[in-house]
Every structure is written in C-alpha cells, then in structure tokens.
Design a protein around this ligand. Structure first.
Ligand code: HEM
Length: 510
C-alpha cells in the first residue's frame, strides 16, 4: 500500500532546528562580544572582537603572520588593542614591567593549549602551581650549578669545533642552522637526563629542530581547537603520523622522553655522564613538589618543555650572532682581535675571562635582542584591574605584550633591524637617559622569566668565543632572509624555503 503523500515528503526537522539554534547562539555571542562584553569599548577591528577566526586566519592560513598584523593594527589604533574577543595586547616598551611584575604570581592562560604538555613549567596556568614547580627547578639553574656542569659544555663545544674542522677539510659548507640545535640539544639532554644522543656527531646534525619547528605549527591549530592535541594523544602514534606526517618528529621526541622517564621511575639509572646531578633527579627529589607533580605524565610534560626551552632559543641566538658577525668585517675584526688579545695561545677558553670582554658581551646582547627568545604574545591574567593611560583593563582579562615589539622600538633601538653591538658599549642609555638594559627583555621579566638564562649565556660565551677566536668564515649562498623571522610560530621561524645559514670555515693563523 502507498504511503500518504504528506508522510512521504516530510523532511527531518531536528537537523534544521539544531542548525537554527547554532546560528542564533552564534549571533547572540557575536552581539554580546561586540556590545556588552567588558572589553567592548577597546580599540581594534570589529572582526577580531567578534571571533577568534580573525586570529586563526592570520596564524593558520597566513602561517604565523598575526604578530605582523598586530603591529600594523597598533600603527592604526594606538598602543592598546583588542586582538581577540578576550585578549588585550599592549605595545609600549615602558609598560613591560607592569604587565610582567617581579613580585606577583600571575596566571598565564592560553599556552597550556598549544603543545600538549600543559603541566610543564612554561605553560602552567595557575600562578601558585607555577611557583612551586619553578622552586623545584631553580637550584639546578643557578650559576653555581652551571659551573659544576661546565666541563660537559666544554666537551660539546670541542666536538662542535671538531665538526667544523671536518667540514673545512672536506671544503664543504657547514650548515650552522642545523648544527646549533644539535649542539644545544646534546647539552640540554646531558643536563636534563644525564646523557646525550650524539646529535652533534650525526653527519648532517639530525636534531630536535624539526620537532620544535612543527610544534609551533601545531600550536596555532591547537590554540583554536584545543581538543586536537588530547585527541592525538589518544590515537595510536602510527595513525597520527599517517594523518599528519609533520607531527612525526614531535611524536618521536615525546615517545623517547616517555621511555626514558618510565625507565627511571622503575629504578633504571639512565645517567651515563659525569655531571654531579641532573634536572630530572632534582625534580624527583624536590621537597617543593607534591606526588602529583612527579607522575610519569607530568614529568613527560616537564621534559618536553625544559628540553624545548634549551634547544631552539639559544640555537637561534647563535645563528643570528654568527650570521651578522661573519657578514660584517668590522665586527668580525674587532671581536677576533679582542679574543686574540685575551687568549694569545688560542688554548682552551675560560668562561670568566670571556665574560670580561665587553665587545663579546655586546655581540651577545645584540644577538639575543634580535632573536627575541619567543615571538609569541605572552599572556598574563592580573587579579586586579590594570590601569594603562586612560584605559582600565578589567581584572582577569588576558593581557599580553610581545618581545619583538620592544626589540624593534625605534626610539630605544634606532635602526633596530641592524646588528650594532656598539649600542651596548659603555654606559649605554636611551635618549631619555634610561639604562638600555632595561629594555632587553628577550629572557622575559618577572616571576616567570627565563629559567635557563645562566646556561644560555654560558653557551653563548663559549661557542662564540671558540668560533671567533680561532676561525674565519665565508657565507655560502646565505643572506639576511635566512636569519630574520619570517613566521611567528611561538618561536621565530625564518622563511620556509631557507636552507639555513651555511658557511665555509678556515682556521686563522694568529
Ligand atoms: C638565548 C637563549 C634564551 C632565551 C632568549 C630565552 C627566553 C625565554 C623566555 C622569553 C621565556 C618566557 C618567559 C615568560 O613566560 O615570560 C623563557 C622561559 C623559560 N626558559 Fe628560556 N630562553 C633561552 C634559553 C633557555 C635555556 C638554555 C633554557 C634551558 C633549559 C631555558 C629554559 C627556560 C624555561 C624552563 C622557561 C620557563 C620558565 C618559567 O615558566 O618559569 N631557556 N625563556
């Protein structure tokens, strides 16, 4: 028997109701954000205020270009800007220490979504949880502890020198953009776990570099869709690799860390070097940490964050320094002459003596200024309203600033894109008489500033000292676009097509 016509053609209603409800909800949300939200009166494009798709477009489709867009928006709207529905961004070098104060344990919202390692120290959201995690790590990052470990850093610098000589003998260019992450990777592995993977010895410097590059890419996607990383953690690695081949180095890195941590928790001693202690043991033995901070999962997150922090930042500062010193004969000659005078016999370089060379220090300051540490917007949540000029930023607003904005503040660093170590010499001051160092914020400021600063400076002194005491260089098919930031992937990335900074090496005769 035929069905009545009315029943035959009746369309299912539920999907239309759901779609209609979703559209209504979305319109209501946009209206709230534009007209009733506590940040509704702040300047900025209405699209950015209405939806985070504005950010997603520049970060994902345009590949790490939101920070460039934000700079253009500041030029148009002024120093205070609503960059997403819930975030205010400020560009004013003089306000940095107010956003990142020295004595307040502020929350940091947002970075916990980016890396799949939200319990690591850097992305820890809650200020007080962060405080105890930092207290556990602090002793190992003191200058005293770094000096106890320095013989291992010297060994890696010697290995690096040996690799330079090998390339020199073969008359081949060495790729510094690949070599430096291998060097810093071996050092931080020795410091964290007590052994290294010999990355510096691998023929073309296979390292964690690719893993961290891809982490930045994934980070922009995960910021928009935070369920992605937890989901990826649940899917077998093989399937994730098949779905997203770019994630493979990161998965390998996490897998290796997980195995190392599991072995140690079972009582196997994985430490093979002669360091007096490792970061990992310091965490396990720390009295500051409750048991929930010593679980396998938490330790995996911490390893990813601390090793990650130790690899790319210092490596990029070394790339920036090397390129500019090699490319500017005036700088090379002055630095080399200072090093020859301090170490006439070209014998092993000693840290204390290197630290007394003002021009070397100035080169390192300039390299850190131009490598930024992190290029990402750095969020803080203040529990009280923050007053900025005529603006009252409500308590618990996500408030951010960006390090590259300070590095390129032309009033403070004229011709800011130029590498000019001389700007740091003597009693360096800004035009209004403020000490210039106040505006060197590449290591951050306040209670969450860089923990690895002593290690970083030690590496920078020893590596650059060795490189420019005993060798000269010629750039090989390399220009400034192989060094300058092309994409903001949390850390700065050079343009994708870059093959890296490559140089021909030869020993000096003096
Ligand atoms: C030139 C080298 C380096 C630069 C410019 C740099 C810069 C930074 C910056 C800007 C931050 C974030 C601060 C914030 O959130 O406000 C940071 C945090 C951190 N860095 Fe570095 N870093 C460098 C080297 C290192 C090294 C060698 C390590 C060694 C492991 C390291 C470990 C860390 C850690 C653990 C944190 C998190 C600190 C916390 O949340 O309390 N960094 N770094």
């Amino acid at each position: 028997m035929e069905e009545p016509v009315t029943q035959q053609h009746r369309l299912p209603v539920a999907p239309f109701v759901a779609a209609g409800a979703f559209v209504l909800y979305w319109l209501a949300l946009v209206a709230y954000r534009l007209f009733f939200h506590p940040l509704a009166a702040f300047p900025g494009p209405r699209f950015a205020a209405a939806t985070s798709w504005y950010e997603a477009y520049y970060e994902i489709i345009q590949r790490g270009q939101f920070s460039t867009k934000i700079s253009e928006l500041h030029d148009k709207y002024g120093p205070v800007l609503r960059v997403t529905p819930d975030e205010i961004h400020i560009r004013d070098s003089h306000f940095f220490e107010s956003v990142y104060p020295r004595n307040a344990y502020l929350d940091k919202e947002g970075w916990n979504k980016k890396f799949g390692s939200e319990e690591g120290i850097l992305p820890t959201v809650h200020g007080l949880v962060h405080k105890r995690r930092r207290a556990a790590l602090l002793p190992l990052f003191s200058r005293r502890s770094i000096l106890d470990f320095i013989h291992i850093i010297h060994r890696h610098v010697d290995t690096f020198e040996g690799r330079m000589r090998e390339f020199e003998a073969r008359k081949e260019p060495i790729n510094l953009s690949n070599a430096f992450p291998a060097l810093t990777g071996d050092i931080i592995m020795d410091y964290f776990f007590g052994f290294n993977q010999g990355q510096l010895k691998s023929p073309q410097f296979a390292s964690f570099h690719e893993a961290f590059k891809n982490m930045g890419t994934t980070g922009h996607v995960a910021s928009q869709w935070p369920f992605i990383l937890p989901l990826m953690n649940k899917i077998p690695d093989k399937i994730v690799e098949w779905l997203q081949p770019d994630a493979k180095p990161l998965i390998d890195f996490r897998r290796q860390n997980a195995e190392l941590i599991a072995q140690t928790l079972k009582g196997t001693d994985i430490k093979t070097n002669d360091a007096p202690k490792t970061i990992f043991h310091e965490i396990l033995e720390s009295k500051h940490l409750p048991p929930e901070d010593k679980t396998q999962r938490r330790l995996e997150d911490e390893a990813q964050i601390v090793v990650g922090g130790g690899v790319e930042t210092t490596a990029y500062a070394l790339v920036v320094a090397s390129y500019h010193i090699i490319n500017t004969p005036r700088i090379y000659t002055r630095l080399h002459d200072d090093l020859v005078a301090a170490f006439p016999n070209s014998s092993a370089l000693d840290l204390q003596k290197l630290e007394q060379l003002p021009y070397l220090k100035a080169c390192i300051m300039e390299a850190t200024r131009l490598s930024y540490g992190l290029s990402a917007r750095n969020p803080r949540t203040h529990s009280e309203p923050v007053i900025y000029k005529e603006w009252v930023i409500p308590a618990r607003t996500c408030l951010s600033m960006s390090i590259p904005d300070l590095s390129h503040d032309e009033e403070i660093f004229p011709n800011s894109r130029e590498f000019r170590p001389e700007r740091w010499l003597g009693d360096a001051k800004t035009a209004d008489g403020t000490p210039l160092e106040k505006f060197m914020v590449s290591f951050g400021r306040g209670t969450r500033s860089c923990l690895g600063i002593n290690l970083a400076w030690t590496e920078l002194y020893l590596v650059l000292g060795m490189m420019f005491r005993g060798y000269k260089y010629e750039l090989f098919e390399t220009d400034i676009t192989d060094v300058e930031m092309g994409h903001d992937y949390f850390i700065p990335h050079v343009r994708f097509e870059s093959k890296g900074v490559r140089v021909m090496v030869s020993p000096t005769k003096d």
